[in-house]
Write a protein that binds this ligand. Structure first.
Ligand code: F0G
Length: 421
């Protein structure tokens, strides 16, 4: 079969890239197989040229810049555009983490406010090329926001399954605003995913969750873009929050391909950070990945409130191949990390802050050494979850910044300023 094509990680069956299936008939997950004929130096030079010149054929997209390693071939490309996210360095955050060489790649600065746009531009493009007319996903919020936006751009019908009462306001608002048919399912994310898998199978909807291999192809570009921003000099560590494990898997594939192609000579260690109340992957890691766990998930970081991650096997491979590791942080640590990132003027949603809290934990226990370079990925924008911000600052304690209600008189304002807030 001509590359790129799809291969089942479980039974080895191959399918053409134009297949409408999101997973294999045997229930296994599909991987996209590329057979690029060019070497690393040629590709690197081309990617750098496209970045410098803005790559007008794809509106300067930081995803499609890498198109020969994602979804090559003719046909329309549905780009917003997305990607080109910054690498931030802030002293206040480095101080709190206790580590100097820390950069934050802010994927919350994508068009719909999360890294999902990188996967969605590729998956929606492939779905359109494969003739889909309707798309569907289960989501803790960001996937649905992103899918709704790209479906609107493509003129596709969109059906979204979210756990009722467990989706942050900003995300739900986006799905509605972009015109997706939105189902508030009485159940958690894991239930939503089961339901949407059944529904897409029976109703012929293209499934755009991260089990869809094209999503991971797009999300690989988070890693390639950060390598490119660093002049193809890999950091020692890449730290990422983990829920359904799509991103961890995509990072593993990106690094495997980067090494095979000679884009880089060594690969960073990937760290997946889970919320302690939703940490089946961490549990599995502690047991040497002998077993897969399913848990009832609970955490303030609703984006990663997932108890049965779909991409478990792929993520195990990513951690093993990069010599990486998995850790877990409490909701208290997540909220404190978020307050520090927010107060530095950057901001992120709670799940993203897990990456910063996880980095701090690994610095404190001596896993990350003082001279190591670290890139932590902020996955979502601060405005995604205004509810958590308002609750946090309404209480008293460290890092809190509650608002003050005043009568509309200058003397009142002066009184507040003298009191010190
Ligand atoms: N951070 C944010 C902001 C997310 O929205 C998600 C996942 C993750 C981290 C975890 O990434 O699942 O690839 O391990 N959100 C999905 C959604 C589940 O439906 O929006 P993962």
């Amino acid at each position: 079969m001509r590359a790129p094509y799809l291969r089942c990680a479980a039974c080895g069956e191959s399918l053409p890239a134009t297949s409408r299936r999101a997973d294999c008939r045997c229930g296994g997950l599909l991987d996209v197989v590329h057979e690029p004929r060019e070497a690393g130096a040629t590709l690197r030079a081309r990617f750098d040229r496209r970045r410098r010149n803005g790559d007008p054929t794809v509106q300067g997209s930081g995803v499609w810049r890498f198109r020969e390693l994602l979804l090559p071939g003719r046909g329309p490309v549905l780009t917003h555009p997305e990607g080109n996210t910054p690498l931030y360095r802030r002293d206040a955050i480095a101080r709190w983490v206790g580590h100097d060489d820390l950069a934050l790649k802010h994927e919350g600065e994508n068009p719909t406010g999360s890294f999902k746009d990188r996967g969605m531009t590729v998956a929606v493009t492939q779905a359109v090329r494969a003739g889909a007319t309707a798309v569907a996903c289960a989501s803790t919020g960001n996937t649905s926001a992103s899918m709704a936006a790209y479906a609107a751009q493509a003129g596709l019908a969109a059906l979204v399954f979210v756990p009722a009462g467990k989706v942050a306001a900003g995300k739900l608002a986006q799905a509605l605003a972009y015109g997706a048919r939105t189902l508030l399912v009485k159940g958690d994310f894991d239930t939503c995913l089961r339901l949407v898998r059944e529904a897409s199978e029976t109703l012929g909807l293209a499934l755009l969750n991260s089990i869809n291999p094209w999503r991971l192809e797009g999300q690989k570009t988070i890693v390639w873009e950060l390598l490119q921003q660093r002049g193809w000099e890999p950091p020692d560590w890449i730290v990422v929050p983990a829920g359904n494990l799509g991103n961890t898997s995509a990072f593993g594939k990106a690094l495997r391909e980067a090494r095979e192609l000679g884009l880089v000579r060594r690969v960073p260690r990937v760290v997946s950070v889970q919320a302690a109340g939703a940490s089946p992957f961490f549990r599995s890691f502690r047991g040497g990945f002998q077993r897969r766990y399913r848990v009832r998930a609970q955490t303030v970081a609703t984006a990663i409130r997932i108890g049965d991650p779909a991409s478990h096997d792929r993520a195990v491979r990513a951690i093993r191949e990069t010599g990486g590791l998995v850790t877990a942080v409490t909701d208290v640590e997540i909220l404190e990390a978020k307050a520090v990132v927010d107060a530095a003027g950057i901001g992120c949603e709670p799940a993203s802050a897990a990456a910063v809290a996880g980095t701090r934990r690994l610095v404190r226990d001596g896993t990350i050494h003082p001279g190591d370079s670290v890139v932590a990925v902020l996955t979502g924008h601060v405005l995604k979850d205004p509810g958590v911000v308002m609750d946090f600052h309404a209480r008293r304690g460290r890092h809190r910044n509650p608002p003050t209600t005043v009568a509309a008189r200058l003397s009142e304002v002066e009184k507040v300023l003298k009191r010190g807030g």
